[in-house]
Design a protein around this ligand. Structure first.
Ligand code: ADP
Ligand code: MG
Length: 431
């Protein structure tokens, strides 16, 4: 009697000892993991280590993490899965609806996938979720908000989940969601800072442009007056010279050079305050096609391939097409000039919120880093003397500014330069 009572007690003690050991182990793991989580600000690493730990610790075969859709609070999309084959994973979003969201948030308890599928209801099929049919769903909650769904498939052994497993996963999920929120905040702070830096840089550039523009416009004005006088006298002189006179040839050269000066002065004025042109509703792809038509043969001759990647149904913009043509033409000619021996010019255009983004990306020499902040300045050129005026990009800058847009340049990681133009969508077309 006594012997078997002692045996029972010993068994009980051994069992509770085992449970205690597991608890200590779990707690230790949780402690280690949270410490780890909190030091990881990279979202992908965080998600990966969370899913792997969830799997490893409870011996589950598969796991998945659903996170909120940017557009809809109650919609969750698959962020990552582990232990599933590639072709098993489908891009199906889970639309929870108010009441199911509330229920999960309120109870804050794991439920079985079968039950969850039932609650999603209406005979809808969720192929990916059904792979987890023996598993559990843990709502990830922070500040009474549902921030995600952790899905754990059944155990590899086929056993049911023990209460310890569930407790472990619940605690882990709590730790994770805090770390995730941290990482998200960090990420958005970082982006905000980056944006601020960019605006600041743009501001400095814009201000410098304005100052230089002011000066060059003054000079251009001063030069313009004597130019028109010279022009008159040129005409008079050529009339008074005999057709056969050698001087006529010389005068012809003077005339050509004169035109060049006039063009430069015009461009200078354009940079500062582009000729006010009537703006109308225009389609950017039309403008691009027009200039490509103009310059196609030149590109062919220089072995330059054009790749057009223009989104369909781009909205209108409010613009002066002649001026925008000049901008695009300048960019295409620059790209051609800096792709010696040939290359590819890719012209991309797409809508981003209320803007149209147009990118001219080439496979040429690229722009040395130290020049990036100067290329839009008038007279900045790296072309050999006599080849370039250094006015092309500053004219582009002036015209795009006049369109309430922005233009900037970067180097492609694969080499070559890319010019990005942002133009606001025609106001009445903004939804
Ligand atoms: N696609 C490009 N690839 C490399 N550098 C470029 C490109 N476009 C412009 N640049 C740089 O910007 C400078 C200024 O260009 P721009 O104002 O058009 O004047 P220009 O063409 O007369 O030199 C160029 O001399 C060159 O250094
Ligand atoms: Mg140029």
């Amino acid at each position: 009697m006594l012997g078997s009572a002692i045996d029972v007690k010993i068994n009980e003690l051994t069992e509770s000892n085992r449970q205690l050991k597991r608890k200590i182990f779990d707690l230790y793991t949780i402690f280690e993991i949270s410490r780890n989580f909190n030091s990881v600000l990279n979202y992908q690493i965080l998600v990966d280590s969370f899913l792997l730990t969830s799997l490893g610790q409870v011996g589950a075969a598969s796991s998945a993490l659903y996170l909120p859709h940017e557009k809809n609070d109650h919609e969750f999309k698959l962020a990552k899965s582990k232990g599933l084959l590639h072709n098993q994973v489908l891009e199906e979003n889970l639309l929870l609806g108010d009441s199911l969201s509330e229920q999960l948030t309120h109870s804050a308890k794991p439920i079985s996938i079968l039950e969850f599928l039932g609650l999603l209801g209406d005979g809808k099929k969720f192929a990916t979720l059904e792979l987890f049919s023996k598993g559990l769903l843990f709502p990830l909650i922070i500040k009474s908000e549902l921030k995600g769904l952790l899905i754990i498939g059944g155990k590899v052994t086929g056993d049911k989940f023990a209460p310890d497993d569930i407790e472990f996963l619940s605690i882990l999920a709590n730790q994770f969601v805090v770390a995730l929120e941290n990482a998200r905040l960090y990420e958005s702070e970082k982006n905000a800072l980056e944006e601020l830096r960019l605006t600041q840089r743009q501001l400095v550039v814009t201000e410098r442009q304005a100052a230089i523009g002011e000066l060059s416009a003054k000079i251009a004005h001063e030069v313009n007056n004597p130019l028109s006088i010279i022009s008159n006298y040129l005409r008079l002189t050529s009339r008074s010279i005999n057709d056969t006179d050698k001087a006529l040839e010389h005068l012809d050269v003077v005339g050509q050079e004169f035109k060049r000066i006039t063009r430069i002065v015009r461009q200078l004025l354009d940079f500062h305050r582009p000729q006010v042109m009537e703006k109308s509703k225009i389609l950017i792809d039309q403008v691009i096609d027009d200039i490509l038509g103009l310059i196609e043969w030149q590109l062919n001759e220089n072995h330059i391939t054009i790749v057009k990647d223009i989104a369909a149904d781009l909205p209108f913009i409010q613009g002066a097409s002649e001026q925008l043509k000049q901008v695009f033409l300048n960019l295409v000619i620059n790209a051609k000039d800096f792709m010696v021996g040939g290359g590819t010019l890719t012209i991309r255009a797409y809508q981003r919120k209320n803007d149209i983004v147009i990118i001219f990306s080439d496979t040429g020499s690229g722009i040395p880093k130290e020049n990036l902040s100067r290329i839009f300045e008038p007279f900045f050129t790296t072309k050999e003397a006599g080849k370039g005026t250094g006015l092309g990009l500053s004219v582009c800058f002036g015209i795009i500014k006049e369109h309430n847009g922005r233009i900037s340049a970067v180097n492609n990681s694969a080499g070559g330069a890319a010019f990005e133009i942002i133009l606001p969508v025609y106001i009445a077309d903004i939804k």
